[in-house]
Design a protein around this ligand. Structure first.
Ligand code: CTP
Length: 432
């Protein structure tokens, strides 16, 4: 999408730099239009460097290309984050005294305003009335979050986290949210278009597990959970109801997003129980979690201490259940549960076998329908933004999809997530 990102004069402008990065990483084209006063918080150089495009603020710059009209006309979506109380008042009044307000007036694209201000300003009747009028006109005004504000105070008025704004923006790209102009600047979702996963329930596991050793120590792994969270957002963007079962993650988890509920677990056994509970009522199960294959055989009730003889303790391990294989077995035995089960494989490969071969073997061993192969090792994948995955289908799934070659996807984890969910939706549709 081509996005016009407006930035007004609030301290939360720094968070919009993160939002801009997310949008760019996903592949959107973004024109940043800051208000002149907002440059006191974040300067032109930052916006130009991150967007890769020139940045201006006034209507008398770029006059030859009629920039104050062109930017708004060319945008598929206008996002303003942060949107101050003053800015909301101006938009309500139809003012056009800088590039941002002029572009908004000249744009027929859907508009998402993300307010950020002190609680008193948000609750002030003037602001409340402005928000109501803007919403009645069809502009979307996001609810501000609650939490720490600029100073020591906290309350409602905080700008939602960039990841949450990003998730909302992604939904504009889906057909169900393709906004059709009604009149003037009014927009409404097109009720005719159904998104590919409408009415489906998708269970996604994400992050790493922690296997406790004693009250202060555990065995863990380096999964960031970002791929799982990206999958949850991609599925929600396609209209699915998502249950995200998250272990230890280093990513911001969705919150207050109506179509995604989050359940937290810690150990592999807790994850197994959560999957066994959720799977029967789901259409899709995606096992993106990095499950510990082993756990300490015994849990020490008190902290394991060093001993005077200098000896090191020996930690005995035992196997954890294979959650993915069990989910496939349960489905096949009962004929009930997820029509599509997606597994992940993290492979380094070896001198004797290449990663694709290992992944094909794993797919057959686990019995799932699709397998997402991640190459790991030498700084690849864990905790990185960019990724390279191969989507491998079982023989039966290959026939249903009419494709026989593994699909290679490179890009950000969001792009990989979209590709995985697209193929999952296609297989789900083929299986009825
Ligand atoms: N998985 C699982 N339960 C486990 C281990 C893994 O459900 N106890 C799932 C993962 O979520 C992933 C897939 O199985 O979807 C592959 O995990 P991976 O660790 O790569 O494979 P392993 O089964 O551990 O095989 P290997 O030891 O050969 O790497």
């Amino acid at each position: 999408m081509r996005i016009l990102l407006g930035v007004t004069a609030g301290i939360a402008a720094y968070k919009s730099a993160v939002l801009l990065r997310l949008l760019k990483e996903f592949g959107h084209e973004v024109d940043v239009v800051p208000t002149p006063a907002s440059l006191k918080f974040v300067g032109t150089a930052t916006w130009e460097a991150l967007s890769g495009r020139p940045v201006t603020t006034g209507v008398f710059e770029g006059v030859d290309e009629v920039r104050h009209v062109r930017l708004g006309q060319e945008a598929d979506l206008v996002v303003v984050a942060p949107a101050t109380a003053d800015f909301l008042a101006k938009i309500r009044a139809g003012r056009a005294d800088d590039l941002l307000t002029s572009s908004i007036l000249a744009s027929e694209a859907p508009k998402l305003l993300v307010p950020a201000m002190h609680t008193e300003m948000w609750q002030n009747l003037a602001t409340a009335e402005n928000v109501q009028v803007l919403r009645e006109r069809g502009l979307e005004v996001m609810e501000p979050a609650e939490g720490r504000l600029t100073g020591k105070d906290s309350g409602r008025g905080r700008m939602p986290e960039p990841e949450h704004i990003f998730a909302r923006i992604q939904q504009f790209e889906q057909p169900a949210y393709s906004y059709a102009p009604l009149a003037g600047t009014l927009f409404a979702p097109d009720p005719e278009v159904q998104p590919p996963m409408a009415g489906r329930t998708v269970v996604i596991t994400a992050g790493g597990t922690r296997e406790p050793l004693d009250p202060v120590r555990y065995l863990g792994n380096r999964s960031s959970g970002r791929q799982g969270v990206a999958l949850a957002r991609a599925a929600a963007g396609m209209g699915a109801t998502v249950r995200l079962i998250a272990g230890v993650v280093d990513a911001v988890l969705p919150e207050a997003e109506a179509s995604i509920t989050v359940e937290r677990i810690e150990t592999a056994e807790q994850l197994r129980d959560a999957v066994v509970r959720a799977a029967p009522e789901s259409d899709v199960l995606v096992m993106a979690a990095a499950v510990a294959d082993f756990r300490p055989a015994a849990y020490a009730q008190t902290k394991i201490k060093k001993t005077d003889d200098g000896a090191s303790p020996v930690i005995e391990l035992e196997r954890n259940p294979d959650i993915l294989a069990e989910a496939v077995q349960r489905r096949d035995a009962s004929g009930d549960g997820p029509a599509v089960i997606v597994g992940f494989a993290a492979e380094t490969g070896s001198e004797e076998s290449d990663p694709l071969q290992l992944a094909q073997q794993k797919l057959a061993r686990k019995g799932c329908d699709l397998l997402v192969l991640n190459r790991v090792g030498e700084g690849l994948v864990f905790g990185q933004e960019d990724t390279e995955v191969h989507l491998i289908a079982s023989e039966e799934a290959e026939r249903a999809l009419g494709a026989s070659e593994p699909q290679r996807v490179t890009g950000t984890k969001h792009q990989a997530a979209q590709a995985v969910m697209k193929q999952t939706a296609a297989l789900l549709a083929a299986r009825g």
